[in-house]
Design a protein around this ligand. Sequence first.
Ligand code: NAD
Ligand code: IPM
Ligand code: MN
Length: 353
Amino acid sequence: MEYKIARIPGDGIGPEISEEAVRVLNRIGELYGHTFTCAEVDAGGIAIDKYGDPLPEEQLEICRKSDAVLLAAVGGEKWDDLPVDKRPEKGLLRLRGGLGLFANLRPAIIYSELKAACPLKDEIVGDNLDILILRELTGDVYFGERGGDDITYSSDLMNYHDYEVERIARLAFESARKRDKKVTSVDKANVLATSRLWRNTVNRVAKDYPDIELNHMYVDNAAMQLVRNPRQFDVVVTGNLFGDILTDEASMITGSIGMLPSASLGSTKLGMYEPIHGSAPDIAGTGKANPIAMILSCAMMLRYSFDLETEAQAIEAAVKAVLKNGARTADIAAGGKSISTREMSDLILAELK
Ligand code: NAD
Ligand code: IPM
Ligand code: MN
């Protein structure tokens, strides 16, 4: 079968890791008899340079017409002084909003081989830690109205509708049903009106899921509990901003931000798959980027947009195997011997046979 992918290499390390993802997809295609056709889409800084816009409408249109979108990363210092609405990151937000991708699945899974790269003590992390963080992706302060002059006064409106909370809450309970049947909803209901709406709505949805254990946690406490006792979490559901911050924190438990993939899903099969990290300008062009978050994002694409579970698992098993054999990019080498982006993906390709 043929699958149409809109590929967005973006900026910084984006093109480097995106190239490795394509090699892995082509290998899966050869092995299992699929064709993955990639249409290259410009978004982010590169699109600002080419068209003066971080996501021109026709580029978004290519994504709309595809079966899935594979995004590496956007952003960089060169565009940092532009107004917020013209920055590379705005292109990413327009993709998420324009494609209606309200749910961002960020699985924080620790590979036991990588325990040395995790800054927490072994007894805190234990074995097989597996947390699924569900981040709401098209609401909150990211999409509220902005105002002010940036010099004497500024404002960003944090807002949520009940239906936005309800759909992500349902997904959290449904996901928990297939896992350890526990949902932790994270908010700041002791201060924020949007969080009170969040909590009330989650409680209402919970009535349909009596088999799932639900607890609520304030976001400041959740940030602390993630490093104190990450094993207490199964599915975590939270708003856009809190989810952004907590997932970077959770990624370190897995050894590096270079390990965490994500799936951004809406109400159709068209999803966007993106590592949680950024364009890492500090290591762009050095061959040091870890391609694993990007490659695992391809596995999520095969699973959620194409229903190719066997193929998704083949990629995940190949990643596990190379880590088991000791392959490490610099970010997960804990000061030991490290290999390049290309060498890491070569090893992953070699495991796919
Ligand atoms: P970042 O995630 O790009 O980098 C943070 C740190 O993690 C850096 O030291 C970087 O070298 C390291 N790192 C990130 N990915 C890595 C990988 N795959 N392998 C090895 N090390 C890796 O975050 P930042 O520095 O805050 O942001 C840089 C730019 O990226 C900014 O313009 C930001 O807006 C943008 N950004 C984009 C996305 C996205 O496109 N989805 C996500 C986050 C940040
Ligand atoms: C992420 C990023 C983005 C976000 C930025 C670049 C807009 O940090 O995907 O986690 O905040 O959502
Ligand atoms: Mn982020």
